[in-house]
Design a protein around this ligand. Structure first.
Ligand code: WT7
Length: 649
């Protein structure tokens, strides 16, 4: 790969916690002597009972992953209590509301009180250690309080992104058998309200029909909008927290006790409940947060994600708070009131580190440089990118226009499953190449394999696996360990397979090329094509559907749907709208189809398997390179698909 190399800026090198020599030495030790490395770095969190065992993991057979297993600790204690003496009056959370004139600071002491009160409410209403609590909230501090309150009493949280539909929320409530739900009357984003309580009401009804009765729907008053009320089940957040004590002991948890479940999409079936446990996850999120962002005492750090995604779990809540950082929580969107919002917020709170997604960077780049250049941004020191490949143009814009060439960019590759950052530059150590996530973090052993599983050495392009366990790794799919084994450890036995394609260049730098399975990445949000297909075929007019991703200038990938209609059904604009609404109802706005094409027939092999490769090429408008179509049962369908393609260049 010949790519422009950006050497580490002298300033970044001077102040960095880790320079290149340290990186190389620590990395070497972390893979040669993982026991020793993690025995030492496992001390970065506080343990109630110190661990004596460090690592006990196998990727073969039944797949069992255990870290620090005989230690006991508590995630909320590590995020709050242990900081009280030294930084009780320091800001733990700076809340930046949807409207630019609304901001609030929550100190570590205030955070302690809020979390304790909410934990006591949960206990008073019957939540016990191991119970699952569903959190369906806007991006307000109370969402973080709810997560930490669960952690404090040993309940397992399942945060569901506020953009998901009642159907999707219900599915997650049922899978987790969760009878306590936290929500708000309405969310507010970009000046628009989202009817969270009304959605939660519908979800509770659906869950009830599927056998799970929600006993408490705790509702935060965010807007004061009208909501329906079910006596006995529905209670107001603030009414309840006022009734209870402001102190609540942190439960002693075993390192391997579950901390949370987070549902994420895969190639097949319904979203899976990714399960993370306590000790290893806390060590992993805190160490990565500190070194990847070169976090120093007193820095103001902003991850502009939503707590509904893993990025919000690991890098708004757990990692930064474990490190005693000040973490910014942003309720709004980067383009409201206008495209200057992020940079004005940086100036307002004197933010030093910003972590966001390429889709936001591309959208802001499209709006024009004046939105950036009219702000100072002199406080900025490190910029981060996450969620999808960042194209070199967007990288250069972020670097030169936003960072004025001063700020290293950390392009961080990881997944819901990995718990935290895996492949990434370190600001004071890594020379950067735009578009490359560069090198593995401590303890991460990437490997590229070909389709048959042969290991590729040196410069190569293949499928990205990780050969040994790291502390932040998911432990199982909630309620379905077989699915965990099948999904991640069966394609290449004995290895964790990420589902991503990847290239390694002559310098040993990694370049993620995107998913190689039936998962698409829309604006950094992960979507299973199978989920969208099942929503489409649930419509009575549709007999068959196939969904693929295609390149989209802002979203990264767009959603392209091929549908075959039931005999006698005619295509119409009205039907198109119905199908779009159907997908939004079943999943949520993030799954809104960009293109729908009616296909009298889909390209299938003689054994009936849909050849998605062909559908992808047509969606990309790249039908000149369809490859071998001779194995199709009816090669004629391809001509019809091309003639009616929706994405002409
Ligand atoms: C998928 C995981 C990482 C937390 C947020 C998304 C893609 C993620 C990068 C990156 C290229 C990336 C991968 C991965 N991805 N980061 N820096 N460069 N691709 O978590 O929803 O679990 O999605 O996001 O395809 O598999 P997720």
């Amino acid at each position: 790969m010949s790519a422009k190399l950006h050497p580490v800026p002298e300033d970044a090198k001077r102040r960095a916690l880790v320079d290149n020599e340290t990186y190389l030495a620590w990395y070497e030790r972390s893979v040669m002597d993982p026991e020793g490395f993690w025995r030492e770095h496992g001390q970065r969190i506080d343990w109630f009972t110190p661990f004596t065992k460090v690592k006990n993991a196998t990727f073969s057979g039944d797949v069992s992953i255990r870290w620090f297993e005989d230690g006991t600790t508590n995630a909320a204690y590590n995020c709050i209590d242990r900081h009280l003496e030294k930084r009780g009056d320091q800001a733990a959370i700076i809340f930046e509301g949807d409207e630019p004139d609304t901001a609030r600071t929550i100190t570590y002491r205030a955070l302690h009180e809020e979390v304790c009160r909410l934990a006591n409410v949960m206990k008073a209403r019957g939540v016990a250690k191991g119970d699952r609590v569903t959190i369906y909230m806007p991006m307000v501090p109370e969402a973080a309080y709810a997560m930490l309150a669960c952690a404090r009493i040993g309940a397992v949280h399942s945060v569901v992104f506020g953009g998901f539909s009642p159907e999707a929320l219900a599915g997650r409530i049922v899978d987790a058998q969760s009878t306590f739900v936290v929500t708000a009357d309405e969310g507010v984003r970009g000046g628009k309200t989202i009817p969270l309580k009304a959605n939660a009401d519908k979800a509770c009804d659906i869950a009830g029909r599927d056998g799970v009765t929600v006993e408490t729907l705790l509702t935060l008053k965010r807007t004061g909008g009208d909501v329906a009320w079910k006596e006995g089940r529905d209670v107001w957040y603030r009414d309840e927290t006022e009734k209870v004590e402001a102190d609540c002991p942190a439960e002693e948890m075993s390192a391997e006790d579950p901390l949370f479940i987070l549902y994420t999409s895969g190639s097949t079936g319904k979203p899976k409940g990714v399960l993370h446990t306590t000790g290893g996850y806390m060590v992993w999120t805190s160490i990565t947060h500190q070194y990847v962002f070169d976090y120093h005492e007193g820095d103001i750090y902003w991850c502009a994600a939503d707590v509904g995604w893993v990025t919000g779990h690991s890098y708004i809540v757990y990692g930064p708070l474990a490190n005693g950082a000040t973490t910014v929580m942003f309720e709004g969107v980067p383009t409201y009131p206008d495209a200057s919002r992020l940079w004005q917020t940086v100036d307002k709170h004197q933010i030093n580190i910003v972590y966001t997604a390429p889709t936001a960077i591309r959208a802001l780049m499209g709006a024009g440089n004046e939105y950036v250049s009219k702000t100072s941004r002199s406080s900025l020191r490190v910029l981060g990118s996450v969620g999808e490949p960042i194209n070199p143009e967007a990288w250069e814009w972020y670097h030169t226009v936003v960072g004025e060439g001063r700020c290293p960019i950390v392009d961080t590759w990881w997944q819901t499953e990995t718990g935290g950052i895996m492949i990434t530059p370190l600001p004071g150590a890594t020379d950067l190449k735009p578009g490359s996530a560069t090198r593995p973090f401590f303890g991460v052993q990437p490997q590229l394999v070909d389709a048959e599983g042969a290991v590729l050495e040196g410069e190569a392009d293949g499928n990205l696996c990780i050969t040994d366990s790291w502390p932040g790794q998911m432990r199982t799919v909630y309620g379905d360990h077989d699915r965990f084994i099948k999904t991640y450890f069966s394609a290449y036995p004995g290895k964790y397979f990420s589902g991503d394609g990847c290239r390694r260049d002559t310098d040993g730098y990694y370049w993620i090329t995107g998913r190689v399975d039936d998962v698409i990445n829309v604006s950094g949000h992960r979507m299973g094509t199978a989920e969208v297909e099942s929503a489409l075929v649930a419509h009575e007019a549709v007999s068959e559907a196939a969904v693929v991703g295609y390149p989209h200038a802002v979203k990264g990938q767009g959603i392209y749907c091929y549908v075959t209609l039931m005999g006698g059904r005619e295509w119409s604009e009205d039907l198109r709208k119905q199908l779009v609404a159907q997908v939004r109802n079943e999943i949520g706005g993030i799954a809104t189809p960009d293109k729908i094409q009616v296909a009298p027939g889909l390209p299938k092999t003689r054994s009936g398997k849909i050849m998605r490769r062909i559908l992808r090429k047509i969606a990309e408008d790249d039908y000149g390179s369809l490859g071998d179509t001779s194995t199709l049962a009816d090669p004629g369908v391809v001509d019809d698909l091309i003639a009616n393609r929706q994405n002409r260049k």
